[in-house]
Design a protein around this ligand. Structure first.
Ligand SMILES: C[C@@]1(CC(=O)O)C2=NC(=C\c3[nH]c(c(CCC(=O)O)c3CC(=O)O)Cc3[nH]c(c(CC(=O)O)c3CCC(=O)O)/C=C3\N/C(=C\2)[C@@H](CCC(=O)O)[C@]3(C)CC(=O)O)/[C@H]1CCC(=O)O
Ligand SMILES: NC(=O)c1ccc[n+]([C@@H]2O[C@H](COP(=O)([O-])OP(=O)(O)OC[C@H]3O[C@@H](n4cnc5c(N)ncnc54)[C@H](O)[C@@H]3O)[C@@H](O)[C@H]2O)c1
Length: 197
């Protein structure tokens, strides 16, 4: 059974700690900034690869502390992403995170994770997170590529128009739901977009 509950997090409203500045740390940092350019992120790592330093130079609001992790690094932190090559450190941060009730992701280590990262499909305002319950991240990545290809770019215009309609609707909640459902009944069928061509 798949018991994961998906959520979409406002990274600009919380404080995230990333530990590790190698290839995996960079991958996680890029993913966070791509989705949430104003994300509040503090990075702690003993060493960094040149590509990581280059990325930091281009994103001056990211705080980068180049030294060994200390327990006090988790003060004021809401979410931790761990991309270290150090099992002892992983276990130590797992314990600290549990004690302080901070949610933790340890890259590629499902047993230590409170949550998994997903593959992300984005078409403007539409964002689809994909998880395979940890079974195959490669399939998640392939599905992302497939959806990116097949979902029409016009979808974002549709979302904007729907918001306008939604804001213009008067009446009670049930009435709004009825009107919005009527307007969208055939919209996402293939023929709906074909007709617009
Ligand atoms: C989606 C994505 C998001 C991201 O990481 O940002 C993600 N992994 C991605 C790619 C990827 N990861 C790995 C490969 C190599 C091929 C392979 O092994 O399949 C590739 C493919 C590639 O890079 O091409 C290695 C790997 N990953 C995990 C393990 C351990 C294990 O399974 O036990 C190992 C073996 C390590 C080893 O052998 O040492 C575990 C996890 N990886 C997850 C997420 C979580 C489950 C997501 C889900 O529910 O599906 C979970 C559980 C925890 C987590 O890390 O959050 C991202 C796609 C980004 C994109 O869209 O492009
Ligand atoms: N690179 C890959 O493609 C890949 C693929 C699958 C799994 N992994 C695994 O993911 C992990 C990270 O990979 P990587 O290539 O980014 O490793 P890396 O060695 O390049 O980076 C590890 C980072 O952790 C930091 N670190 C380690 N101990 C620390 C401490 N006590 N305090 C502060 N920082 C500390 C290092 O300074 C470095 O920045 C490894 O466990 C690796 O086996 C990597």
């Amino acid at each position: 059974m798949n018991e994961l509950f998906p959520i979409y997090v406002k990274l600009d409203q919380i404080q995230t700690l990333l530990v590790g500045a190698g290839a995996v740390g960079l991958e996680k940092l890029e993913a966070m900034i791509k989705n949430s350019p104003k994300a509040k992120i503090k990075v702690v790592a003993e060493h960094s690869i040149p590509a990581f330093d280059d990325f930091i130079k281009k994103h001056s609001h990211i705080e980068f502390i180049k030294r060994t992790f200390k327990s006090k690094d988790i003060y004021g932190i809401d979410l931790i992403i761990l991309a270290s090559n150090n099992d002892f450190l992983n276990q130590q941060i797992r314990r600290l995170a549990s004690e302080q009730h901070i949610l933790l992701n340890v890259a590629d280590t499902p047993a230590l994770c409170d949550f998994y990262l997903g593959s992300v499909v984005q078409k403007g305002n539409l964002k689809i997170g994909i998880s395979t319950n940890g079974k195959s991240p490669t399939i998640a990545k392939r599905l992302k590529e497939l959806l990116n290809e097949v979902l029409p770019e016009e979808l974002d215009d549709t979302l904007e128009l729907m918001q306008e309609l939604r804001n213009s609707l008067k009446g009670d909640f049930q009435h709004k739901v009825k009107v919005l459902n009527e307007h969208t009944k055939e919209l996402l069928s293939h023929s709906g977009y074909d007709r617009a061509d």
